[in-house]
Structures are given as structure tokens and as C-alpha cells.
Design a protein around this ligand. Structure first.
Ligand SMILES: [Zn+2]
Ligand SMILES: [Zn+2]
Ligand SMILES: [Zn+2]
Length: 149
């Protein structure tokens, strides 16, 4: 759980009314240490108070559009949601396991792709750099090796 993020303030800064459901969705995403799928988010919310799945989708679309939440693609149709970088969360790469579909957050310094200088000379505007490493996670790798024996 993050001690720094004030979810109310994050929504206010993005000019969004901090409605109860928006706050709940943002809390579930912000309090998790790795990005979540829509199903993960919906399941977690359902544990406390029932919420319509369409409502969750609508809130996620809005939070992504306002730059509060990042939609992290898998290269396929699935997507995961994580807090967008803010004053105390640095942009960071993700690792996606193509075997089990688990998405993990990597250390911000794990891969150093410095694009700011490039952005300064780029004639357009760069808003976001998405870095995703695809591969097989250690658990799946262990399973693969065990099956080969
Ligand atoms: Zn935080
Ligand atoms: Zn895996
Ligand atoms: Zn992340």
C-alpha cells in the first residue's frame, strides 16, 4: 500500500470529481504492487461492495484518458492497469510472462532508456514511453524445466 498517494488529490488534480467508485477503483490499482486486469479489479471491488463490470470499464477508460492510470498492453488483446507515473512514482518497465500472463513492475532503474533528450529535439510531443519486456517468469520456467525431465 502506498503511503504517499492521496487518491482524492490525484483525482482533483485531474479535474475529476472524487466519486466513491472512482476512488475505490483507484485505490485497488494504487494499493497493488503489480498491474491488474479488469477482472482482478472487478473481483477485488466485489469483495466489499458489488459494482457493475461496465461501470469499472467506464471508470478505467476515464482514468486512462486523464492520465491518472496507465493501460499497459500485453501485445495481445489483454491489458493491465497500473498507476500512471506521478511525483513519487517513477516511470518503470514491466515484465510480461507470455506463459501465465502475469505482469510485473520492474525497478525504475532496471532498464535505462533515456528519451528526454530525444524528446527535446522531436518536432511532435511525446507523452509516454511504454517499456515492456516479454518472456517467461521464473515459476513458469521452473515448470517448463520440470516437464522436460
Ligand atoms: Zn503513491
Ligand atoms: Zn509465468
Ligand atoms: Zn508498474
Amino acid at each position: 500500500m502506498c503511503m504517499h498517494c492521496d487518491y482524492n488529490e490525484i483525482l482533483n488534480t485531474a479535474s475529476l470529481d472524487p466519486t466513491r467508485n472512482r476512488l475505490r477503483v483507484l485505490e485497488v490499482i494504487g494499493n497493488n504492487s503489480f498491474p491488474l486486469s479488469v477482472s482482478d479489479i472487478h473481483d477485488t471491488l466485489e469483495r466489499t461492495t458489488p459494482i457493475n463490470r461496465v461501470t469499472v470499464y467506464r471508470i478505467l477508460d476515464l482514468l486512462v484518458e486523464k492520465g491518472v492510470v496507465d493501460r499497459i498492453s500485453t501485445g495481445g488483446r489483454a491489458a493491465y492497469y497500473g498507476l500512471a507515473p506521478n511525483s513519487h512514482h517513477r516511470a518503470h518497465p514491466h515484465f510480461y510472462c507470455t506463459a501465465c500472463g502475469q505482469m510485473d513492475c520492474l525497478d525504475p532503474g532496471a532498464l535505462n532508456v533515456e528519451f528526454r533528450r530525444f524528446a527535446d529535439t522531436f518536432p511532435g510531443r511525446i507523452d509516454k514511453l511504454e517499456m515492456r519486456l516479454d518472456g517467461v517468469c521464473k515459476n513458469c520456467l521452473k515448470r517448463e524445466l520440470a516437464n522436460e525431465k
